[in-house]
Design a protein around this ligand. Sequence first.
Ligand SMILES: [Ca+2]
Ligand SMILES: [Ca+2]
Length: 240
Amino acid sequence: MRKTIKRSLSVLLACLMIMSIASVALADGTAAIVVGTATGEAGDSVAVDVTLTGSGITNGVFKVTYNTSTLTYVSASSLVDAEVAEISAGTISVAFAKTTAVTGTVATLNFTIKDGASAGSYDLTPSFAAADGNYHLEADGLFADDTRVADVTLTAGSVTVEEGETEITYGDLNDDGDVDTSDVIILLRYVAEWDGYDEENYNIDAADLNGDDEVDTSDVIILLRYVAEWDGYEELPILD
Ligand SMILES: [Ca+2]
Ligand SMILES: [Ca+2]
């Protein structure tokens, strides 16, 4: 049933596009398309609302572009049965047609933030190439006297990617997932200031095993005892 409705909507939209190319009447009205914002970390799902304001707008087609190296478009949900589709990598088309005026959230776009995405703010940009004919907002009824809205304000949104909390495995200086004698050797050499045994090559943040904000021989002793399975050294760090 829903499929049928969607298909009819597509046909209707196609007809409307042809009709609007044939006779373009510019309305005095104004409208705005605003893309919202969302925040998350790599791997998170985020949802961004696309809202429309304006008077008597019944149908339209516009695009939203996004950064494909940071986001993956997943799906869209819509309160107005808009047709939302990724028409090319990084470009989402939003089309809607109603017999009554549409205002508010036209679609909610769902993305996932790619693993390894760098922290920062990434724009979601609505575009509205009126000259192109396919992209337009119209007011005053679906079937007759459609008038194209001339003055559309577009406001970009964004997805802000935050730095994820990196979990520290205390004692694992070489980040191989194990805490063992190789980590003891690295820590000994770091404390003895051997060349190449530094923060650049090893996870020295994981080496402060007594929580005194220093990495020194007391931490070496704790790590040795942990690896040798001394009583009372079952879990790192050892804070007292
Ligand atoms: Ca290790
Ligand atoms: Ca320490």
